[in-house]
Design a protein around this ligand. Structure first.
Ligand code: DX5
Ligand code: ZN
Length: 217
């Protein structure tokens, strides 16, 4: 079985208890932290702030990504560099993605491209040589707890059958334990774990992060 990169979505964690949350997740063997930053314009919501990012950065030595769901990535990139983001995702739909991807690489970080459920591979494939990871949204970005957009499955079929793929694929949104086993068996490497993964929210029940991580592995 291929190794799965499990990335808890910190916007789903207990905001009043970040230190305890991160300490327990680190010990449970999670791989990377997924940090959602929104501006209320690109998506109609707000999630983590750069102050939250900086606070979590001091609590862990694991890699941290940042998923920029913002209208103006140029405003946020300096914060991502300054605060030690290891992988930075810009949305294709924000525009000018190629410029941002070059800037991210020039600053020594991994470059990620995020795509909305309705965005077609045809539109973004010329950017593939510039990226380390493609973040495929299974839901409209902005909110946890949504149902998956069914059309995304076809896109994933196409991507997992691409010959000589040089970038990794990360799934974000409604990533359930079943989705993780199905797509990991078909070559997808990375998974953002929100409420659907059962790591957070009601479905977690009283289980520890260690139990959840063991189940998802
Ligand atoms: C949504 C965020 C996700 C979200 C996923 O815009 O990018 O990271 O937290 O969580 P669930 O599993 O609830 O869809
Ligand atoms: Zn995200």
């Amino acid at each position: 079985m291929a190794y799965k990169i499990l990335c808890p979505s910190i916007m789903c964690a207990d905001f009043g208890n970040f230190r305890a949350e991160i300490t327990e997740m680190d010990a449970a063997g999670i791989d990377q932290y997924h940090m959602d930053i929104m501006d209320g314009e690109f998506v109609p919501n707000f999630a983590l702030s750069w102050a939250d990012f900086a606070a979590v950065r001091k609590m862990t030595s694991k890699p941290m990504d940042v998923h920029l769901m913002v209208k103006f990535p140029s405003v946020h990139l300096p914060y991502a560099f300054k605060n030690g983001a290891d992988i930075i995702y810009v949305h294709y739909e924000s525009g000018n993605a190629a410029n941002y991807l070059y800037e991210i690489k020039a600053n020594g970080r991994k470059a990620g491209l995020a795509i909305n459920p309705e965005t077609k591979i045809e539109e973004v494939k010329n950017l593939f040589p510039l990226i380390d990871t493609l973040l495929v949204m299974r839901v409209k970005p902005g909110f946890a707890g949504q149902a998956a957009v069914p059309e995304v499955e076809k896109k994933l079929d196409f991507l997992t059958n691409m010959p000589n793929r040089k970038f990794s694929i990360r799934l974000d949104g409604c990533v359930s334990p079943d989705v993780i086993s199905k797509w990991s068996a078909r070559g997808i490497e990375e998974f953002v774990c929100g409420t659907a993964s059962e790591m957070f929210g009601k479905k977690r029940g009283l289980r520890s992060y260690k139990e959840i991580v063991e189940k998802l592995r």
